[in-house]
Design a protein around this ligand. Structure first.
Ligand SMILES: Nc1ncnc2c1ncn2[C@@H]1O[C@H](COP(=O)(O)OP(=O)(O)OP(=O)(O)O)[C@@H](O)[C@H]1O
Length: 977
């Protein structure tokens, strides 16, 4: 296809944009401007979902000035089309419309014209069209858009977070759920909603190099999103002709290592106009006043330009609270401007958490508490809001007191209480930017059991330490095999280290177990693997940061194979970050890391969603070694091995110096019991304080209480949805896609030789294995999970509705109670709004079909005879007879169409009014809430309010301008035979 400036094209997936004009062409991309909605889109020249708009003699088209032309002739010059024909307003004049001047709001292929020119469709096509319209309209209003098509279990806290953030304009948040609770899935759900709603189009995901493929695969298999991975080669291959390589793709994954290394690449990234940036393992962005890491600086440049940001980390405070604060500042500079103010603010959390907890537990607020709260609110809340708030607190207190005995609240009190809680949570702290769920607040996690294995300290290590003497660092003491190699320059440590013998025996004894072994250093992992494989023939794989990505993925895949896979995977410290190994439940910590957050990351490889067994953690350690000290500290001081420890960083900071003293001289353990005791006490106190303060608030707003459950239930109802299955089968039959049953819940879709649309998007020539059942989709990853949101369904419906298929039909109705030849006309009007997708008007007014069944006098019988009932009674008519019938009743049809106009105007007006009311209610309510919050919570950004205000005004304005059009027409003639 040759592209030329001024040509008119339409987007196959976004027909609501109207007619587009080519405004820019370069080597690989074309830009289309859509004047009807004021939007622009860039498409790759090859393979993009756009179609050239061409009309033919007989078509009725419209000039941008509003007049229409009946096309008689079509002329092409310099790749641009001119339509020659008769103006319908003046009847006589011959006129020309160059395609550039076509009306951008043009609706094509009027069904009436098709009817009178004899272009008749099969009655089954008409039925499919109506069903597709009806379902599309219903589904576009579904509450949990973008959440139901994900191949994942319905986990309430994830759905709540995704819903809460996915609906925002340019969300900027930190997802900090504990390790393995599903941050990747949450980020994917947010991203998917932003894409579906048109709020985001260009997306960049930045991850540690080792996780690139995992993200690529997760986005594809769970969300059907095909990302492009940019490594060094891909970048330099695309960097030709002065083009920005990142502009050739809409969705890109890139590694943090690459970004910080290559200055030109970062520059290109920053200039590539992303809508949404996702950064995984964001704790790598370390910052201090004197030293911002290169990673931090790189992401800072992007954060200045990209409107939406999601940071993901399970251990936000791993590199210190200052770094945590600095990351929050990347999300919102205005709000997080000063570290000390931030720390001060955190002190208020306790009071708010206490009050919220009392209300949740329906306990009356003591006078003292009310006073404290009043003082606090007086300082922070605007005077106009203060009165009602205080009244509410008193009333709630009194009502709780009155209803104490029944333990039940009246519904309005319940609503009031929830409103107050939402308000308090919304207003304070980091709630709009930080989300954190913990294992405490989510049920179903398996237990962890520690098996500490004490082993003798080998003399070789003793000699080595003595030889190193004062030069022995804590690292040497902790990782003795490395110190030994340094000092003795020998590699035979594995011959005498009893941990190795223990590991070999353990693996030989439990041949059927899949065991993950983690150690601090890649070289240790490599040497262990060598000895296991060569000396003992144990099937093993190794996984460390020195391997290429392909080698790492290969190792992980080898380990995951059930039969003939590796029995053991040996990982270095960061080699396994973010990886999913929950199919194993035996973890060997060959050594322990110094920082508790690293320990949590290690255990998190197995202790994550999807783990079906209790987890056994084996720690072989050498008696009286630094590791034995560290083990006691972790187990007895922090209880970090058998329970997830959320206070690790704080305790490490507080005990670091004293702990290191013992680690450097493990023999001198005097006073260590005392340290453990202090540590336990402090752990208890900090945990309590957090549970009563910051963490309680975070938990309340992150888990979402009942809201996540509500979304899960709504989505669950759509599993194996009969409407969806019926429509899909109908669609596949008509399009020409064969269906072969494979098992109870699975089916193979195979393209036939007679496809209605030869290039059906998403359908592979070899066929697609599909299922409508979520549970099947979760275990059978080779099957695609079909929901209303799956591209096969969405594209299928779009293909039908953006074409003429089924828009014009003729049928016979055998009915002896009516005179032969009685004419009924079934009309399908569609009321619709043309506006930017990102306004999401479909929530209030999706393209809505209005069906009429009119007799000669214009009486509407649609309510008496429902569509499916009528459809079942109809018989098809051969083309020749249909043409004769049309000619015979043409005049009557014209009359009935005229009569239908007043009916549709009335019905459309009512629909538009009710949509406006709904939109106004919802958006004004949200706006008022944000404005009220803004008074006391600077977390609400000005641009969020401005955007919502603008979007409400635009929404109402666009809904008022909604139009109706005739989408389909069916003539029904009564026969007696
Ligand atoms: N809703 C879900 N349905 C099915 N599996 C899930 C779901 N949520 C998470 N999982 C699985 O649980 C594991 C952990 O999820 P994920 O990787 O998103 O967690 P994470 O919080 O990003 O972990 P980490 O902190 O290690 O980066 C993954 O194997 C993921 O596939």
């Amino acid at each position: 296809m040759i592209f030329s400036l001024g040509q008119r094209w339409v987007s196959d997936t976004e027909t609501e944009l109207g007619l587009g004009t080519i405004t820019e062409i370069d080597l690989r991309m074309v830009t289309l401007a859509f004047p009807a909605t004021g939007e622009k889109r860039r498409y790759a020249k090859q393979g993009s979902p756009i179609t050239r708009v061409l009309f033919h003699p007989g078509d009725l088209i419209q000039h941008q000035e509003g007049w229409s032309l009946q096309v008689n002739d079509v002329v092409e010059e310099n790749h641009l089309i001119s339509y020659i024909g008769t103006r319908t307003d003046t009847e006589k004049n011959t006129a020309v419309i160059r395609e550039t001047f076509l009306n951008s709001k043009l609706t094509f292929r009027h069904p009436k014209n098709r009817l009178f020119s004899g272009q008749i469709d099969n009655i089954t096509h008409f039925a499919l069209r109506f069903r597709a319209l009806t379902h599309q309209s219903k589904q576009l209003r579904f509450l949990s858009q973008g959440l139901r098509g994900v191949r994942a279990s319905l986990i309430p806290h994830q759905l709540h977070i995704a819903h809460e953030i996915g609906q925002r304009h340019a969300p900027r948040v930190l997802l900090a759920d504990e390790v393995g609770l599903g941050k990747t899935i949450e980020a994917g759900m947010i991203l998917y909603q932003q894409l579906l709603s048109g709020r985001a189009e260009r997306v960049l995901i930045v991850v540690p190099e080792s996780l690139q493929h995992q993200w690529l695969v997760e986005m594809l298999r769970r969300f059907n999103l095909h990302f492009s991975l940019f490594d060094k080669n891909r970048y330099s291959e695309s960097a030709c002709d002065g083009m920005n390589p990142f502009e050739t793709e809409q969705w890109v994954i890139c590694s943090l290592d690459l970004i910080k290394e290559k200055e030109t690449l970062l520059k290109d990234l920053v200039n590539a106009d992303w809508d949404l940036l996702i950064v995984d393992e964001a704790h790598h962005l370390s910052w201090s006043e004197k030293n911002a890491s290169p990673e931090y600086q790189a992401i800072e440049q992007l954060a200045d330009r990209v409107p939406g940001i999601l940071f993901l980390t399970a251990t936000p405070e791993q590199l210190g609270e200052e770094s945590h604060f600095a990351r929050l500042r990347l999300l919102d500079k205005n709000r997080f401007y000063d570290y000390n103010t931030f720390v001060d603010e955190q002190k208020n959390y306790r009071l708010i958490a206490e009050v919220v907890t009392l209300i949740l537990e329906r306990k009356p607020l003591a006078t003292e508490k009310i006073k404290q709260l009043t003082d606090f609110l007086t300082q922070t809340v605007d005077q106009t809001d203060l009165g009602p708030l205080l009244r509410l607190i008193h009333e709630l207190g009194e009502n709780f007191q009155k209803n104490k005995k029944t333990d039940r609240l009246k519904e309005e009190d319940q609503t009031q209480a929830q409103k107050f809680i939402d308000f308090m949570i919304d207003c304070h702290g980091t709630s709009r930017v930080l989300f954190r769920n913990t294992r405490n607040s989510i049920k179903g996690f398996k237990k962890r059991k520690l098996h500490a294995i004490k082993l003798p300290f080998p003399s070789q290590y003793q000699t080595c330490i003595q030889a190193l003497n004062t030069a022995t660092s804590i690292q040497d003491k902790l990782y003795l095999e490395r110190a030994y190699q340094k000092q003795a320059d020998k590699e035979d440590w594995f011959h005498f280290d009893p941990r190795v013998t223990w590991l070999i025996n353990f693996l030989l004894e439990y041949r059927d177990k899949k065991v993950l072994v983690i150690c601090a250093h890649p070289r240790t992992a490599l040497e262990l693997e060598y000895i296991l494989r060569t000396a003992q023939g144990i099937r093993s794989a190794v996984f460390h940061e020195g391997l290429s990505l392909i080698e790492r993925d290969r190792a992980a895949a080898y380990f995951s194979l059930i039969e003939k896979g590796a029995q053991v995977l040996l990982c270095s410290e960061i080699g396994s970050e973010g990886r999913n190994f929950q199919f194993s439940h035996d973890l060997v910590l060959f050594d322990l890391p110094l920082h508790p957050d690293l320990l949590e990351q290690r255990i998190g490889r197995l202790d994550r969603i999807g783990q079906k067994n209790d987890i056994d953690i084996f720690v072989p350690y050498l008696e009286n070694s630094a590791q034995s000290i560290l083990l006691r500290w972790y187990h007895e001081g922090l209880n970090a091995l058998e329970k997830s420890c959320c206070v690790g960083h704080k305790l490490y900071t507080s005990f670091e110096q004293r702990l290191k003293k013992y680690l450097s001289a493990p023999d001198e353990s005097e006073g260590f019991d005392q340290l453990i005791e202090e540590c336990q006490k402090q752990a208890k106190a900090i945990t309590l304080e957090l549970e009563q303060g910051r963490d309680r608030l975070l938990e309340l707003h992150s888990s979402g209480g009942e809201s996540g459950e509500k979304y899960a239930q709504a989505i669950l109802k759509q599993n194996n949805d009969v409407d969806l299955i019926e429509l899909a089968m109908n669609l596949f039959d008509i399009i020409g896609i064969h269906q072969e049953d494979q098992s109870e819940h699975m089916m193979l879709l195979i393209p036939s030789d007679h496809m209605l649309f030869p290039d059906f998007p998403g359908l592979s020539p070899e066929g697609n294995l599909i299922t409508f059942d979520r549970e099947t989709a979760l275990v059978r990853e080779d099957a695609q999970f079909l929901s209303w949101e799956h591209p096969i369904i969405r594209n299928g419906i779009d293909l039908i509705l953006s074409s003429e298929i089924g828009s014009c039909s003729v049928a016979f109705l055998k009915n002896k109670t009516l005179p032969v030849g009685t004419l009924l006309i079934e009309l399908i009007y569609v009321v619709e709004v043309q506006a930017k997708k990102s306004l999401q008007l479909a929530r209030f007014l999706p393209p809505t079909p209005i069906r009429m069944l009119l007799d000669k006098k214009g009486n509407n019988l649609a309510n008496q005879v429902a569509f499916e009932k009528m459809n079942a009674m109809l018989n098809k008519v051969d083309r020749h007879t249909a043409h004769q019938c049309i000619r015979a009743v043409q005049k009557e049809v014209q009359n009935i169409l005229e009569l239908s106009k007043s009916i549709i105007t009335k019905e459309a007006d009512a629909l538009i009014e009710s949509a406006k009311k709904e939109a106004d209610n919802e958006l004004s309510c949200e706006l008022n809430r944000l404005k009220a919050l803004k008074m006391m919570n600077p977390n609400i950004r000005d641009d969020e309010i401005a955007s919502l205000e603008k979007s409400r005004d635009h929404t109402l304005n666009h809904i008022s301008q909604a139009v109706f059009r005739l989408d389909a027409i069916r003539l029904i003639l009564v026969t007696h035979e």
